[in-house]
Design a protein around this ligand. Structure first.
Ligand SMILES: Nc1ncnc2c1ncn2[C@@H]1O[C@H](COP(=O)(O)OP(=O)(O)OP(=O)(O)O)[C@@H](O)[C@H]1O
Length: 445
């Protein structure tokens, strides 16, 4: 334990020796953001061989010189001090391995007189998502991604049903898998089922299995996916595509926790954690009576929205580097700076899946050591910008009639990204004053 020499009270030294024996990284803090002591696990995982005690938490974790709440981040210590309750947040922390997503839980500790005297912070490194380029799993560090990750990490250990809502290609299956891995069922199976295009008989047979002789061709007993998911997680993708007749079957399974194989007599107990996903507006489907209200409430215990790529465009370079590692057959290749800029300027209506496909194709077209803009544009069908604009480094063009406000917004966005320089210089080129440009840019962002 470091920093024991600066301790005075018996109470505090007891607390510290207790924490030292615990496996999770923990620190004891005072209300002025100072680290009083760090346990062995913290020193090992976050210390990087440096003395921890006596330093400020924001300096160690964020390399900030002011507390997080003054740097635009939420500060669990401040929240905990104000509310007198434990607080949990997800932060990006500097570690000896680089920046990592960390769940920080702050608990106020009261002294003998009942006053908050110290705080204990427990750190849990999120292994299911990386803030740096990674060869597998979720990557991201934008606020939209971190907001989603925070919800994921909150719900994962609970076992509650999760409904993932998001456009196609936003990573719903990957998110479902990460929730499974962060749950108590991580050693159990993860079984994914695509509900789209399932006929009624197929859905039942697939989900519940069948007995030998249940129908023509049933030459042996077959295990269903519910049984296969036993002890683990069942992920029902595209739940909005499930016809009403099958929704009833699913509801019965969820309500009773039992199911029967097709052609079987016995009710068998089910044991899975449910995660569902859809790109549809399920609430609107409930209104239109194409999705059962009771089923909607069953599956919607904890909804999580997966952000579209344009909501997290700051992640594009990181995603692109990660996806290149995953799809490229020639390891170690990089994008040119122009290619990175080009990717950042695209609007991918197919989200990360479209980005991945584009990178895979470019990697096949590139023969050299790097991937350039021409490898993206060579085949002609670049990503379709949803507003009807194509902002490429080579030019800005428009192929449909749009409102002047939309034109101005998209043009300014494009011009700013392309220009990357001094605002007054850009204003001069645009023939307006810097002040007017600032005002207009404020509306754009
Ligand atoms: N945050 C992420 N980091 C890295 N790769 C990602 C991330 N999110 C998604 N991907 C990749 O993007 C592709 C699409 O993801 P996924 O299949 O999970 O999307 P989806 O939302 O389930 O799509 P659909 O609704 O069409 O089923 C996959 O190749 C996945 O590995």
């Amino acid at each position: 334990m470091t920093g024991v020499s600066i301790l005075t009270s018996h109470f505090l030294s007891e607390l510290i020796s207790f924490l030292d024996g615990l496996p999770e990284p923990r620190i004891v803090m005072s209300a002025d953001y100072r680290i009083i002591a760090a346990n062995a696990a913290y020193t090992r995982e976050f210390g990087g061989g440096r003395e921890i005690a006596g330093r400020n938490c924001y300096e160690v974790s964020h390399h900030f010189n002011v507390p997080c709440d003054q740097a635009g981040e939420s500060c669990p210590l401040k929240l905990s001090l104000e509310g007198g309750e434990p607080q949990r947040v997800l932060h990006l922390h500097h570690t000896p391995r680089g920046e990592e997503h960390v769940v920080v839980e702050t608990t106020p500790i009261r002294d003998e007189s009942g006053e908050i005297a110290y705080f204990v912070e427990t750190m849990r490194i999120v292994r299911q998502a990386s803030s740096r380029a990674a060869a597998k799993g979720l990557v991201g560090r934008s606020p939209a991604f971190v907001g989603m990750l925070e919800k994921m990490m909150r719900v994962a250990p609970s076992g509650a049903a999760v409904l993932l809502l998001g456009e196609t290609g936003t990573g719903k299956e990957l998110v479902a898998h990460a929730i499974h891995e962060a749950s108590a069922r991580e050693d159990g199976p993860f079984v994914a089922v695509d509900c789209a295009g399932m006929t009624e008989t197929l859905f039942e047979a697939e989900l519940f299995g069948y007995e030998k002789g249940a129908f023509t061709g049933a030459t042996h007993r077959k295990q269903g996916l519910v049984e296969a998911a036993s002890g683990g997680t069942l992920f029902l993708d595209e739940i909005g595509e499930l016809p009403l007749s099958q929704q009833v079957k699913l509801l019965r399974l969820l309500e009773t926790g039992t199911y029967r194989r097709v052609g079987g007599l016995d009710w068998l107990p089910a044991d899975f954690r449910l995660i569902t996903a859809t790109h549809r507006d399920l609430a609107a489907m409930v209104q239109a009576e194409t999705f059962r209200r009771d089923l909607y409430f069953r599956i919607n215990t904890f909804p999580i929205r997966t952000p579209a790529l344009h909501e997290r465009s700051a992640d594009i370079p990181l995603l692109a580097a990660s996806l290149l590692e995953r799809v490229d057959r020639k390891p170690g290749r990089r994008f040119t700076a122009a290619a990175q800029l080009w990717l950042s300027n695209q609007r991918f209506s197919g989200n990360i899946r479209e980005l991945r496909n584009l990178i895979e194709r470019a990697s096949l077209l590139a023969d050299g050591d790097s991937i350039d803009v021409s490898h993206f544009t060579e085949m002609g069908d670049q990503p379709l910008p949803s507003s009807g604009f194509a902002g490429t480094k080579g030019g800005f063009f428009i192929d449909q009639v749009v409102g002047l406000d939309v034109l101005e917004r998209d043009y300014l966005n494009w011009a700013r990204k392309l220009h990357q320089g001094d605002i007054s210089d850009l204003a001069r080129q645009l023939g307006i004053s810097p002040r007017t440009l600032y005002r207009k840019l404020e509306k754009v962002t």
